[in-house]
Design a protein around this ligand. Sequence first.
Ligand SMILES: *Cc1c(COP(=O)(O)O)cnc(C)c1O
Ligand SMILES: [Zn+2]
Length: 378
Amino acid sequence: MMKYFCMSCGIEYEPNVQRIKCDCGNALWVKAKNLLTRSDLVLTDFSIWRYAKAYPLKREDISISFNESITPLATARIGKSSILVKMDSLMPTGSFKDRGAAMVVNYLANQGISRISEDSSGNGGSAYAGYAAKGGLKCDIYVPRGTSLGKTAQTKAYGANCIEVDGTREDVAMAAINSASNLNTSYVGHNWHPLFIEGVKSIAYELWEQCGYAAPDNFVVPTGNGSLLAAAFLGFSELLRAGEIHKIPRLFGIQSKAVNPFVQYFNTGKISLAPTHTMAEGIRITRSSRLVEIDKFVRSSSGRFIDVSEIEISAALKEMSEQGFFIEPTSATAFAGIRKLIENGDIHSSEKTVGVITGNGLKATEKLIGLLNLNTGV
Ligand SMILES: *Cc1c(COP(=O)(O)O)cnc(C)c1O
Ligand SMILES: [Zn+2]
């Protein structure tokens, strides 16, 4: 059976639907079970469940699914360099969060949970609301009061309740957690739920296949809580242990200069923030629930964290749009980061570098009109 464990104090737990963190306050992780090898691929399945052997849930336990397909790995140019672009903007609700929501919602539904609660006003909320709708679960998404309708429209369209909460981001999370004291409700907070990262690991397996059963050299993502970095590290590490790849990619987490706790922690071991506005709203997280662990993962991959300015983010947004990629401003952070890493010599043009489009531009049309100067009056 699946076990949870804490990387900070080492304690193990039998999972239950209410257990979301360690008694010491740190995040929990799922203990790796089976290593996936090429012969384990379910070749007739073109969805994330093709890698079922690597997950804590069995294929036959998955009933809530869009048969979410393997997302395209396209090519693009950053300056004069050619890179690979993983288009998670094409996931069912338009962001990579679907990978994690798919795993969490199936696990909870199998445990008899009929109602989930989450704190988010962005892509985590839409992902959970979409999967809850598909599976017939009720869904409560707690948002900070004043969150714009544009951000919650998708969540509401899926039939979720959006509950506005006064106070800080932490107050909103507490409201969601408290609501889950009811027996058939479970708090699924995407930054905490251990199974969320298990689902996001699918991106590593897809890239392994798409790169010809090898790891790319570099994996570059916008970083908020760091779930995508953690999942890539664990997925590729498992493939390495299984003998399927020879090295794991160097992992690079890109933050906005406006909110850059990982960059500070990586460089100085300390965090002192005075957050300012950023268009990268999906990564405005002042302290990751998995900060210490993810910092270690990135170091051990020989990667690093860097930050980029608002001007660099909007330039990357434009550069990607003009090549046919309609992406969220948050996602543009990754491509601004790639440009900088190439300029710094951290990444070489000859290497295989993957940038992830974490969210679809259609989610942020109103903001993109201003950012890309599309208001031409025509
Ligand atoms: C959630 C999100 C991120 C950040 O993901 P983490 O894994 O938490 O760092 C990046 N981009 C978009 C579009 C997101 O929704
Ligand atoms: Zn602990």
